[in-house]
Design a protein around this ligand. Sequence first.
Ligand code: ZN
Length: 223
Amino acid sequence: MVILALTGGIDLSGGGSGGGSGSGFTFDGEENPELAQNCQTGDDANQSQDCRIVAVVNSVQEYWSGAVSGYRPADTVLFEGQVSTGCGGASSAVGPFAEAYVIAHEYGHHVQNLLGTNDRVGRAQGPESGSVRLELRADCFAGVWAANAIETGLISELTDRDIKIGLDAAASVGDDRIQEQTTGRVDPESWTHGSASQRQEWFTRGYRRGSDESCNTFADNAL
Ligand SMILES: [Zn+2]
């Protein structure tokens, strides 16, 4: 993956310092003059992980600003060497596109929060639960962002291998995989994120169709 542009500056905090814990910092130009100064071009983004994350976050928020009226930017907390999200962390070891996928997935939750989807979903678990539908929709939104970032020329050279790495990252956080690794058995009734193949499938659907309208995981028979 090659990032061609770093748009929109660094002012991404949504106006507050919120979300930041002691060891992390937000992408706020005022709070992080160093980031603001160092991360200005596509070259910066390709050479520095921090700047790359800024570029991806900018790009994701730019897409959603255009797609959702009344979009509000979200805080993003960057920890050293990894992005920390509500759905698990992405270490820098997973590679640039897998990292971007995790960021885009997390913003998919932010968007659903703004749209009120989160509020309509209870805490039920299971293969067809609202929780799983929320997660798969966030995966689909990540695919939509990736397609859009290529279309608008923000990123280029997103190879099949990049995509495969992103999909592997999606699969590795599938409930079945995690359960198998941690308990040695798979119990669909306690799923909250969907299976490895579901997560890959919804990411791919968003990526191929490039429109968030293709992401209705809440439709009847969608899963
Ligand atoms: Zn999630």
